[in-house]
Write a protein that binds this ligand. Structure first.
Ligand code: MSP
Length: 682
């Protein structure tokens, strides 16, 4: 029996969990649940990445020591995964002794023993966001600065620093050989090709220690010059996948290492598909079975990330909102979120998160297709059979068109969904499963079980009950990897509760003897008004990227849904003005360089704004209910620049910021980053 060991990236604790992190974790959870259903020895690891310059910088900026900071934030990840019902077997923190010991005593020593470490000096461009050195050919020039292509921010110049180097260049050919011999070791194929061309373009030795800061695992080898080095954070972090399995000769390591599937976002491909296998080759350890790469989620084109606060949707908040209308509570909301994220975008592609597509899929596929099939079947079943009469298949009736196509679709869905899940393609697996859901509904429409129930053909009643109940029973197992809660509920309605775990069906047949219970509606519909409520509740304040939530045809001009959602009627239009009137207003682009709360004024923020005038302006703005000060620093805003100064709460305010919203501020008028401060807005 092959083992399956799935891992997520360990998340940086400079951020709290958002929907992008949740996506990777939910996908890994889906694969772990699926392999457990196949009866394979399965292990699922996640955790937090807590060392390095980025974490030290964030902690310092918040007035904390790095370890105070990591102890505060790491539990946020662990708690979020627990609340979302993630089935990980282990959660590793890189500050734990079990990890630090393994890295220093096992990993570093092995690289050293292989002759792959040497001391030299390094200088170069460093992106703290990526925690990586870059050559200019890997960066983008913007004005006088070099920018990282992932974080779109200027990189730092690291002045000459003594460092241990890893002989990465030695592994160019071995890496190419490994990729060639293992066609799915990096998957999907476009990412594999990307890695091949990167390796072919030539690998330079890698600096794997730093002396200019201290937050990391100390290098165990003495530097003859007496300098203290900490290990490069990626060497430290990548080793978590091994250190979490304990000693190399222990049971866990022996069972799972070599069967590892690392699920990652495309941002960290190079570290996983080049550095990590090279470290493992140097350490003379087996390589992962597969590196499965997914794309990025964006909100209206902006990647969800720490640097764009408005894009950071809290997964727990979203699940709570999706569960709000249901009697089943949070786990049902979690299932709805899992379904959307895993169905909407084929794993590997980038995706755009929109509330409109979330509601559309939820309504069509969960509420209508699956919810209706479950509900109508479970209502019909007691009418067809009773406590003394069990469903039973009849061979002659099974040959009828509707019956034969339902059974054929059942068998096909079981096989196809399994193939897709083995290939780490949950979206395709769900398509295959939903073909059975739709066939089930077609069967109900075609055979009309309510008419069969009224007749007196007992064989037909038992047969139709058999097919309906078997369809639901098979579906209750097939949906388990993606919809664990829904699966549990369906299984209990069909078979009672016996605590047995779900199993992947081997044929279109009932999982156990039937014991029918009355259903309760599973996925209450999300109407357009509720959709907007969810959006407003879930998007962080100041989100600039609210997606069009209703098709124009759905909005009646006199009763705008948008107006209902904002809890306001549209303000009455002011009298017309001439172009000359408008010309008196001098609107300018400004950059917020500092922001602070105004004591004892809940609605006000004091902003320092650069309008390109050679001096900074102070502007007091009534937007404190929508933004925290940190969110605004660095943002471009539109300023009414020739407004008479006014004293507000003792502060002289020299202008006004344009914001949208009637009773409540919902966003700021914004301009692209390419526009310089001081530019007119006309
Ligand atoms: N600490 C490193 C990983 C070390 S693994 C040995 C790191 N951490 S991270 O917190 O930045 O997390 C990155 C991962 O989070 C991505 O690779 C991806 O799995 C997930 N995502 C973060 N933002 C995401 C999106 N906007 N969309 C999809 N996934 C996202 O990198």
């Amino acid at each position: 029996m092959p083992a399956y060991y799935v891992t997520t990236p360990i998340y940086y604790v400079n951020d709290v969990p958002h929907i992008g992190h949740a996506y990777t974790t939910l996908a890994a959870d889906t694969f772990a649940r699926f392999h457990r259903m196949l009866g394979e020895p399965t292990r699922f690891l996640t955790g937090t990445d807590e060392h390095g310059q980025k974490i030290e910088d964030v902690a310092t900026s918040l007035g904390r020591t790095p370890s105070e900071h990591t102890d505060l934030v790491a539990p946020r990840f662990a708690e979020t995964w627990t609340a979302l019902g993630i089935s990980h077997d282990d959660f590793i923190r890189t500050t734990e002794p079990r990890h630090k010991d393994f890295v220093a005593k096992e990993m570093w020593r092995r690289l050293e023993a292989n002759g792959d470490l040497y001391l030299a000096a390094y200088e170069g461009w460093y992106c703290v966001g990526c925690e990586a050195f870059y050559t200019e050919s890997q960066l983008e020039k913007q004005g006088n600065d070099w920018h990282c292509t992932t974080h779109r921010k200027a990189v730092q110049w690291v002045a000459k620093e003594r460092s241990w180097f890893f002989r990465l260049s030695k592994y160019e050919q071995p890496l190419l050989d490994w990729i060639e011999k293992n066609p799915t070791c990096i998957w999907p194929e476009n990412y594999r090709n990307e890695v091949v061309s990167f390796v072919r373009s030539g690998l330079r030795d890698l600096s794997v220690s730093r002396t200019s800061f201290g937050w990391g695992i100390p290098v165990p080898t003495q530097d003859p010059e007496g300098l203290k080095h900490v290990m490069y954070v990626w060497l430290d972090a990548l080793t978590n996948y091994l250190s979490a399995l304990g000693p190399l000769d222990g049971e866990l390591s022996k069972t799972f290492w070599g069967n590892a599937v690392h699920l990652i976002g495309k941002d960290i491909l190079r570290f996983h598909a080049v550095y990590w296998p090279a470290f493992l080759m140097a350490a003379k350890l087996p390589l992962p079975r597969s590196i499965v790469v997914h794309g990025w989620w964006a909100i209206s084109g902006a990647k969800i990330s720490k640097s764009l606060p408005a894009t950071r949707i809290d997964p727990l908040r979203l699940a709570e909102e999706l569960a709000a209308g249901s009697t089943h509570g949070l786990p049902l909301g979690v299932d709805a979120m899992r379904y959307y994220l895993l169905r909407e975008v084929p794993l590997g592609n980038d995706g755009d998160f929109t509330f409109a597509s979330l509601a559309a899929r939820y309504n069509a596929e969960l509420a209508n297709d699956l919810g209706n099939l479950a509900n109508r079947s479970l209502t019909l079943l007691p009418k067809l059979v009773g406590p003394d009469v069990q469903p039973a298949r009849d061979a002659a009736l099974a040959a009828r068109d509707f019956d034969a196509s339902l059974e054929a679709q059942g068998a096909a869905s079981i096989t196809e969904a399994k193939q897709w899940l083995l290939a780490h393609q949950p979206s395709r697996a769900l398509e295959a499963i939903w073909r059975l859901v739709r066939e089930g509904n077609r069967y109900v429409d075609g055979v009309q079980p309510w008419r069969v129930a009224k007749g007196d053909d007992e064989t037909e009643k038992r047969h139709v009950a058999y097919l309906l109940a078997t369809t639901l029973s098979v579906l209750s197992e097939l949906v388990a990897p993606v919809l664990p809660y829904t699966s549990g509920v369906m299984r209990s309605w069909l078979h009672g509760v016996d605590g047995s775990p779900p199993r992947w069906p081997s044929a279109f047949a009932p999982a156990r003897a039937f014991l029918f219970c009355a259903p309760s509606p599973l996925f209450p519909r999300i109407d357009p008004k509720r959709q907007i409520e969810i959006e407003l509740a879930v998007l962080p304040p100041g989100a600039v990227a609210v997606t069009p939530v209703v098709a124009p045809s759905q909005v009646a001009p006199s009763d705008s849904l948008a107006a209902q959602a904002h809890d306001a009627t549209i303000a009455e239009m002011k009298p017309a003005i001439t172009i000359d009137d408008f010309g008196k207003v001098d609107l300018r682009v400004g950059i917020v360089v500092a922001a602070a709360s105004v004591p004892k004024a809940k609605k006000l923020l004091q902003l320092t704004v650069d309008l390109g005038e050679g001096k900074l302006r102070t502007i007091v703005s009534g937007i404190a209910e929508a933004f925290v000060p940190e969110q605004l620093v660095g943002q471009r805003v539109v300023v009414v620049a020739n407004l008479q100064p006014a004293t507000i709460r003792g502060i002289s305010s020299e202008g006004m910021i344009l914001a949208a919203g009637d009773n409540r501020i919902l966003g700021l008028a914004s301009v692209p980053e390419s526009v310089a401060p001081g530019a007119s807005v006309r």
